[in-house]
Design a binder for this molecule. Structure first.
Ligand SMILES: Cc1cc2nc3c(=O)[nH]c(=O)nc-3n(C[C@H](O)[C@H](O)[C@H](O)COP(=O)(O)OP(=O)(O)OC[C@H]3O[C@@H](n4cnc5c(N)ncnc54)[C@H](O)[C@@H]3O)c2cc1C
Length: 380
């Protein structure tokens, strides 16, 4: 569908990332996913493309400008490689960069941001704990003052990039109960008392690593705190907004993959003497998928425009997040039906999309939490 907000720069950016994905990722995505990792050079190649640099000053290695449309284009186009794990592996760092750029001291920010943005090093955001992820205000990892620093104890889990990152932004309790007692810290891999183990046997995102992190009385200096003491909760909540835009755009891309592959298959497959696409029931599935995708695409474009206008649409992002994953769930299921048994075999994009719907619907704010937030934003 034509986008009224499109311009030459965005069209050129889409074409550039499309070529990059077609040449550097798609031919290998299936194998990488089966092998459980992407090569590190891909982080560096994506870094050279500039896709980690939105909203980051040039002196820190960033692009020096931001554009929600371009962020969205990157996430959407990446879905066409057919393996969500590639986007997760590359993009895991993006949810930790913003707090570092905005709130870390210059001695940390100036050293690590260029490394992360260039793709030379990975970084992760650690909020979710074994005890829970949705209720961020109840996190239990504890930071206790010790001389000119803090001792951190506790555990984080499901942390994307957790096995390969050098740098971590984690939430820990520095005050009393609830949201007003949470602070953010910068921790480096190698700190004494910091260990990690991989999460194995996942439903999807096989080529992206998720880890459980353990902090056993880990010492960090006082200036490793990111942002003011006990003000971490709002930083975490604000950080979710652009993560959610990425998940919405990624879901849009995956839904388009489901539609494209359904159409291609339905044109080719013959049943009862004619191509599948000539059967009305199948035609209606295509129409339904296409209509939902159009609606999601229009909504995504509108959100990008609002974000660019500096009018962060928190309620609309929450609604769009569950609308996007419900759209994707519908399209993945219908596409699987169109494909029949062939869709059930490993090695095609529909099979993987069907498995990876759930991480989109749970990660970065689950459908239930998104509905709750949307209604709260309505003042109810
Ligand atoms: C592949 C993957 C990668 C991830 N990467 C990261 C990462 O990099 N960093 C990070 O910090 N986290 C990460 N997460 C964690 C993710 O953010 C959490 O899984 C998510 O926030 C949900 O938390 P939970 O799994 O603990 O579920 P819970 O919070 O235990 O909730 C369980 C279920 O109950 C529902 N629920 C919870 N509370 C309510 C309520 N009040 N009303 C109705 N329903 C409710 C939830 O929607 C969910 O369906 C990742 C998760 C996955 C699967």
């Amino acid at each position: 569908m034509r986008n009224p907000f499109d311009n030459d720069e965005r069209a050129a950016f889409r074409e550039t990332v499309r070529q990059f994905i077609a040449n550097e990722i798609t031919p290998h995505a299936d194998r990488w996913d089966e092998e459980g990792a992407i090569p590190w050079e891909l982080h560096e190649k994506a870094g050279e493309l500039g896709v980690f640099g939105f909203g980051i000053p040039e002196e820190l290695g960033g692009l020096g400008f931001d554009d929600a449309f371009m962020r969205s284009i990157w996430a959407e186009e990446l879905a066409f490689c057919g393996a969500g794990g590639v986007g997760a592996a590359l993009g895991g760092r993006t949810i930790s960069i913003d707090p570092i750029v905005r709130f870390a001291g210059p001695h940390i920010r100036d050293r690590v941001v260029p490394e992360i943005v260039s793709g030379r090093k990975g970084s992760s955001l650690g909020i979710t704990e074994p005890g829970g992820g949705s209720d961020v205000a109840s996190l239990t990892t504890k930071a206790v003052k010790d001389g000119n620093g803090w001792r951190i104890s506790g555990s984080k889990t499901f942390i994307t990039g957790g096995m390969t990152s050098e740098y971590y932004v984690i939430g820990a309790r520095t005050g009393g109960e609830g949201m007003a007692g949470v602070s953010l810290f910068f921790i480096e891999w190698g700190a004494e008392g910091f260990s990690r183990t991989p999460l194995d046997k996942k439903m999807g995102w096989w080529c992206s690593d998720q880890a459980t992190l353990y902090f056993d009385n880990v010492f960090v200096p006082a200036d490793a705190m990111i942002g003011p003491e006990n003000a971490g909760f709002m930083v975490i909540m604000n950080n979710f907004n652009l993560e959610r835009l990425g998940l919405i755009a990624g879901s849009l891309g995956m839904a388009k993959v489901c539609l494209d592959d359904s159409i291609a298959w339905a044109k080719e497959r013959q049943t009862f003497g004619k191509p599948l696409i000539k059967h009305q029931v199948i035609r209606h599935k295509i129409a339904d998928m296409s209509a939902k995708i159009d609606a999601l695409e229009a909504l995504t474009n509108q959100l990008c425009w609002l974000i660019n206008e500096d009018d962060m649409p928190v309620a609309e992002l929450s609604k769009a997040k569950f609308f996007a994953t419900k759209t994707l769930e519908f399209c993945a299921s219908e596409a699987m039906q169109v494909m029949g048994g062939a869709g059930y075999l490993r090695g095609n994009r529909i099979e993987r999309a069907y498995r990876e719907v759930k991480v989109m619907a749970i990660g970065g704010g689950s459908e239930e939490i998104m509905r709750d937030l949307a209604v709260r934003q309505m003042g109810l």
